[in-house]
Design a protein around this ligand. Structure first.
Ligand code: NAP
Ligand code: GCO
Length: 267
């Protein structure tokens, strides 16, 4: 096969995708598997890990699943060591695990704010810190942080999430700055509005069968005039995980159907 196309291959690579039992992480991991990578994922309990293993098996993928709360540094360090023992040193890390709490700021408890920051920002720091030494040892590494429209824009009720995803954009740039010389490329993917369980409340049909107002709002704000699917993120993720992007570093690749470029359709 043409050597250029081979640059997109993930053959022989070990990829850890956090929170990848379903949703965006699952879609990215299945694409990585198709590109040749060995898939490792975690979730917060064995039931979800088992469900994830079954879902991967249904696609013919023999994934490796681990129970690990990404906010717990001791557990993350132990899990990365166990992965190294049982599977090998992680070449590709996707910091995908994330939560959102949609609460007006004045009604949000500080503990709720901290919880979102913990999962969406502290955890990518913790997991990256655990994986980078192995990447340095191997002489290469890829880190992909799943950012958001909220890495660039705010909106009502998502103060904690926007603060975390804005911080994740800068953590991405800082890992690039600090470890680029070790041949580690750290980039972000900024999905637009994607149809997953996380956004299901924003797409629920109204009692009269009409669209949720937020659903209509997003369709008016998206030039593609549709919500994204997790599969829309697969090509960009394989690109950023592969040798095809070895000179791309500190970049946030927005996969948003054009939202960030568009003022929105006139009502
Ligand atoms: P999702 O359907 O809610 O899935 C999130 C995943 O993260 C779940 O598997 C969840 O497991 C896991 N997770 C949560 N907290 C965890 C923890 N402490 N430790 C380990 N795993 C944990 O979300 P999604 O829509 O696929 O989003 C995935 C990522 O994309 C998130 O970072 C999200 O912020 C980001 N994103 C989503 C959209 C979108 O429109 N959907 C757009 C931009 C960015 P549990 O089920 O056990 O909680
Ligand atoms: C929200 C949505 C968004 C998406 C995503 C957009 O409540 O506005 O959940 O935050 O999840 O982050 O890129």
């Amino acid at each position: 096969m043409n050597s250029f196309i081979n640059k997109f291959s993930l053959e022989g690579k070990i990829a850890l995708v956090t929170g990848a039992s379903y949703g965006i992480g699952f879609a990215i991991a299945t694409a990585f598997a198709e590109a040749g990578a060995t898939i490792v994922f975690n979730d917060i309990n064995q039931d979800l890990v088992n469900k994830g293993l079954a879902a991967y098996a249904e696609k013919g993928i023999k994934a490796h699943g681990y129970v690990c709360d990404v906010t717990n540094e001791e557990a993350v360090q132990a899990t990365v060591a166990k992965i190294r023992e049982e599977v090998g040193i992680i070449d590709i890390l996707v910091n995908n695990a994330g939560i959102i709490k949609r609460i007006p700021m004045l009604e949000m408890k500080a503990e709720d704010f901290r919880k979102v920051i913990d999962v969406d920002l502290n955890a990518p720091f913790i997991v990256s810190k655990a994986c980078i030494p192995g990447m340095i040892e191997k002489g290469h590494g890829k880190i992909i942080n799943i950012c958001s429209m909220m890495s660039e824009l705010g909106r009502e009720t998502v103060s904690a999430y926007a603060a975390a995803k804005g911080g994740l954009k800068m953590l991405t740039r800082n890992i690039c700055s600090e470890y680029g010389s070790a041949n580690i490329q750290c980039n972000g993917i900024g999905p637009g509005y994607i149809a997953t369980p996380q956004t299901a409340p924003l797409r629920e049909r109204q009692a009269d069968g009409s669209r949720h107002p937020f659903d209509s709002f997003i369709l008016a704000k998206t030039p593609a005039e549709r919500w994204g699917d997790p599969e829309d993120l697969q090509g960009p993720a394989v690109f950023l995980a592969s040798d095809a992007s070895n000179f791309v570093n500190g970049h946030i690749l927005y996969v948003d159907g054009g939202i960030l470029a568009y003022i929105g359709k006139q009502p």
